[in-house]
Design a protein around this ligand. Structure first.
Ligand code: PHE
Length: 456
C-alpha cells in the first residue's frame, strides 16, 4: 500500500473552494433520479414507509460508500483506475475503477437521451404546446416523439454538446462555475413549484400519498428499490465521487462534504415529491411511472393549472439543469480516465468520448422506436443499459469500494483521511462508527440485497 503521491504535476485541475465542491457534488447527485424516479417509487412502495427505508439506506450504505470513494479520490488525487493503482500498486483492485468507467459510459448513453427529451419538452413548453388540455393528445405527442428517428437524435446531440461544452472548460472553470450558478437556481425553481402545487385545492391526498406510511406495500422488492435508488441518486459506485474527490484539496472536511451532499440530495428529492404529487392529485389524475409521469402526466396538469404555461417552462428548465449538472459529472469520470490513462489533452478526450456516447446514446434512442424489437436479456438497449448500470454495476462498485477502503487500506488510512491527519478534531467514537459502517454495515446491506435479488 502506497502513501498518497504528493508530487503530482501541479497542472492537475482542482476545485476552487469547499462550496464549489459541495455544489458540484450536489449537482451530480440531484438529477433525473430525483425529479421523476423518486416521487413515483415513493408512491408505489408505501409512501413514508419507503422514505424511512430509503433514509436508512442513505445512512447505512450511501454515506459509507460516499466516504470511501472520497477517501480513495482525495488520497490518490487520480482518476478512477489510477486511483486504485496508486493506493494499491501491483494488485488488481484497479478493475473497480474500470468498472466505474464502464458504468458511467452506460449511464451517460441513456441519460443523454432522456436529457434530450427534456430539451425538447422545454422547447414545447416555451411554445405553449401543451395547451391541448387533452390527455390522449399528450400521450400521442410523447410516443410519436420518443419513437421517431431524427428529432430525439437531434435533441440527444444538443444535450450531449451542452454537457461536453461545460466539461471541456475544465473542473474549476467549467464544472464548478456552472454548478455554482445553476444549483441555487434549480433549488429556487423547485421550491417555487412545490409552494404552488401544495396550495392548489385538493392537494392533500398527494401529500398523503407521499408521506403516509403504508407498510402493507413493503416487500423485499421495496428494499431493493430503495437501495438502488439511494445509489443512483447519490451517484455512488460509479467512481464519480472518486473522480470529483481527486480535485479536492487536502484540508477539506470530507465527512461534512459527504453528509451535506447526501442531505442536499435527499431534501431535493422530497421537495420534488412535494412539487409533483400534490398537483397530480389535485387534478384527480393517477400518478404515472417513469417517463410517463414527467412527459405525459405533468404536461397534462400544467395545461389545466392556472399559470400552468409558465410553470411548465420553469419545470422543464429545472429538469434540464438537473440533468446537465449530473451529466457533466458522468462525462468527467470518463474524460479524466482518458486524460490520465492515455495522456490525451482534455479537448481531444472530450471529443472522442462525445463520439462514443453519441453512438451508444443513438442506439438507446432508436431502441424506443425502430430498434425496439432488438432485445438482449429480454430488454431493449435503453432498458438494458439502465438495468446493467443502476441494478448491477453501481451496487458491485459500491461493495468493492467499501471492502477496498475498510479492509485493504484499513483503519489508519480511514482515520487519517477523515480527520485530515489529526488536524480536524473528531471524537474517537465517531471515527470508529464510520469505520464500522464502512467495514460491516455497508457490505452487509449490499450483500443482503444481492441475496434477495438472486432469490426473487
Ligand atoms: N445521481 C444522478 C441522478 O439522480 C445520476 C448519476 C448517476 C450521476 C451516477 C452521476 C453518476 O440523476
Amino acid at each position: 500500500m502506497e502513501k498518497a503521491n504528493n508530487s503530482k504535476p501541479s497542472k492537475r485541475d482542482s476545485f476552487g473552494s469547499s462550496f464549489g465542491v459541495l455544489v458540484a457534488l450536489a449537482g451530480s447527485a440531484v438529477g433525473l433520479g430525483n425529479l421523476w424516479r423518486f416521487p413515483y417509487l415513493v408512491g408505489q412502495n408505501g409512501g413514508a414507509a419507503f422514505i424511512l427505508i430509503y433514509l436508512g439506506f442513505v445512512i447505512l450504505a450511501g454515506l459509507p460508500v460516499m466516504l470511501a470513494e472520497f477517501i480513495i479520490g482525495r488520497r490518490s488525487q487520480a482518476s478512477a483506475r489510477k486511483a486504485f493503482l496508486t493506493l494499491a500498486p501491483g494488485s488488481r483492485w484497479d478493475i473497480t475503477g474500470v468498472l466505474g468507467v464502464i458504468c458511467c459510459i452506460l449511464i451517460l448513453s441513456f441519460y443523454s437521451v432522456v436529457g434530450g427529451w427534456g430539451t425538447e419538452y422545454l422547447y414545447k413548453a416555451v411554445c405553449f404546446d401543451f395547451n391541448t388540455g387533452n390527455d390522449q393528445a399528450l400521450k400521442t405527442m410523447f410516443s410519436n416523439f420518443s419513437t421517431s428517428v431524427w428529432r430525439p437524435l437531434i435533441c440527444h446531440s444538443i444535450f450531449l454538446a451542452l454537457t461536453a461544452g461545460i466539461v471541456i472548460a475544465g473542473v474549476q472553470n467549467g464544472i464548478e462555475k456552472f454548478s455554482k450558478v445553476m444549483m441555487p437556481v434549480l433549488f429556487l425553481i423547485v421550491i417555487g413549484i412545490a409552494v404552488r402545487s401544495m396550495t392548489l385545492k385538493g392537494s392533500g391526498p398527494g401529500l398523503d400519498y407521499l408521506f403516509k406510511p403504508d407498510w402493507s406495500k413493503v416487500t423485499s422488492q421495496t428494499f431493493l428499490a430503495a437501495l438502488g435508488q439511494a445509489f443512483f441518486s447519490l451517484s455512488l459506485g460509479s467512481c464519480m465521487v472518486v473522480t470529483y474527490a481527486s480535485y479536492v484539496k487536502k484540508d477539506a472536511n470530507i465527512l461534512s462534504l459527504s453528509a451535506q451532499t447526501a442531505a442536499a440530495d435527499t431534501v431535493f428529492a422530497l421537495i420534488a415529491g412535494c412539487a409533483i404529487m400534490p398537483a397530480v392529485f389535485a387534478f384527480g389524475i393517477s400518478p404515472g411511472e417513469g417517463p410517463d409521469l414527467v412527459f405525459i402526466t405533468l404536461p397534462h396538469i400544467f395545461s389545466q393549472m392556472p399559470m400552468g404555461g409558465i410553470i411548465a417552462i420553469f419545470f422543464f428548465l429545472a429538469l434540464l439543469l438537473a440533468a446537465l449538472t449530473s451529466a457533466i459529472s458522468i462525462l468527467e469520470v470518463i474524460v479524466a480516465f482518458c486524460i490520465e490513462e492515455f495522456k490525451m489533452k482534455r479537448g481531444v478526450a472530450v471529443a472522442l468520448v462525445f463520439i462514443l456516447i453519441w453512438i451508444l446514446g443513438a442506439l438507446c434512442s432508436l431502441s424506443m422506436g425502430p430498434l425496439d424489437s432488438f432485445k438482449i436479456l429480454g430488454r431493449n438497449i435503453f432498458d438494458l443499459f439502465d438495468f446493467l448500470s443502476a441494478n448491477f454495476l453501481m451496487l458491485i462498485g459500491g461493495l468493492l469500494v467499501v471492502i477496498f477502503v475498510g479492509w485493504k487500506l484499513g483503519r489508519k488510512v480511514v482515520f487519517d483521511e477523515v480527520n485530515n491527519g489529526g488536524s480536524l478534531k473528531m471524537a474517537p467514537w465517531l471515527l470508529k462508527t464510520l469505520l464500522f459502517l464502512i467495514r460491516f454495515a455497508a457490505p452487509a446491506a449490499l450483500l443482503a440485497i444481492a441475496f434477495f435479488q438472486i432469490h426473487e
